[in-house]
Design a binder for this molecule. Structure first.
Ligand code: SAM
Length: 312
């Protein structure tokens, strides 16, 4: 059943004056802010995931620095906030940062947001925060949604240790090299990915990381929220067939050793390899079985070699 979230159907709140916002149809006065940079998390889809503190800061700030002012305008309009918007994104240069630092030095309160989620998490803001810290200016976090934790808690994968990689390189060679590097990190791996790259990314991950459990979390907090679980090989096969999905995606991968292991798994692998070796060369048999079982090619090849040598 579709979730009850559709931000488009909600009317914007009446525009309020400075320092006021509207929530649940009620106007609320924002708390006055002391000078400084406020790093404000905003929703990753469902506009109701914003915190009261975030609304209060956005309403009370002298300006909201936004990655794309058109996107943030919609959020502000939804809550009747009239604070002026200024563009701050990955193209903002030293001169823009200088201007922001100047405003902060003059005693202004500036709120930094990104299009969705927590600024600085695969989003602009790091250099501005660094510059503010370098000038001894106060930087205050206003926590809230981020796709990393939202996906992790619904994944069903271990949450005690995790590693956030963000986006992998778009080209296959560099992507595989980076996957090799992060393969040894203990804990759940969390990746952001563009939908059109998902099938090829999963194929690379299945080949490099083998049969680990994996989760694809799509459109979190939105109308078409979907969470798909399987092994990397299973997800890779599904998306190779279906083609790229639509929407925003987080991929999570269980840590090394989480794949099916033990004597039963070894016996099943041997059985598959023996059958394949009757019809194929060692190399081809290993390639076929590694793709089918979602295990690293090198590992399966070594086992196929051993079985071929043992053959009476
Ligand atoms: N700063 C954001 C955060 O805190 O999550 C991330 C910004 S990054 C440019 C955008 C990526 O985050 C998307 O490509 C996707 O991988 C992930 N993402 C953002 N919103 C999402 C959502 N609602 N569902 C799934 N993934 C999402």
């Amino acid at each position: 059943m579709a979730k009850e979230i559709d931000n488009r159907s909600r009317k914007p709140a009446p525009r309020q004056g400075p320092g006021v916002f509207t929530a649940f149809g009620l106007a609320a006065e924002a708390e006055p802010l002391s000078a400084g940079l406020y790093v404000v998390a905003t929703p990753i889809g469902n506009l109701r995931d914003v915190t009261f503190r975030a609304l209060s800061v956005l309403a009370a700030a002298e300006a909201v620095l936004a990655e794309d002012t058109r996107v943030t305008k919609r959020l502000l309009a939804h809550y009747g906030i009239t604070t002026p918007l200024v563009t701050y994104n990955e193209h903002s240069n030293e001169a823009v940062r200088e201007r922001m630092i100047h405003r902060l030095r003059q005693g202004q309160a500036l709120a930094l947001v990104s299009d969705a989620g927590t600024p600085l998490v695969s989003d602009p803001g790091y250099k501005l925060v660094q510059a503010a810290i370098g000038e001894g200016l106060p930087v205050t976090p206003i926590p809230g949604p981020s796709a990393v934790l939202t996906a992790l808690v619904v994944s069903g994968l271990p949450t005690d240790r995790f590693f956030f990689e963000g986006f992998l390189p778009p080209k296959s060679g560099a992507r595989r090299a980076r996957l090799q590097e992060i393969a040894v990190i203990p804990g759940t791996l969390i990746l952001y990915e563009a939908p059109h790259r998902l099938p090829e990314m999963l194929a690379d991950a299945a080949e490099v990381l083998g049969g680990r459990p994996a989760v694809m979390a799509r459109e979190l907090t939105k109308l078409f929220e979907t969470v798909r679980r399987g092994t990397l090989a299973e997800l890779a096969a599904q998306f190779a067939q279906e083609g790229p999905p639509k929407g925003e995606i987080v991929v999570l991968i269980g840590e090394a050793g989480a794949e099916a292991a033990g004597p039963e798994a070894d016996a099943a692998l041997d059985e598959k390899l023996r059958a394949a070796l009757q019809r194929h060369s060692i190399k081809d048999a290993a390639a076929l079985v590694s793709a089918e079982a979602g295990l690293p090619k090198r590992e399966v090849y070594a086992r196929a070699l051993a079985l071929a040598k043992d053959k009476p």
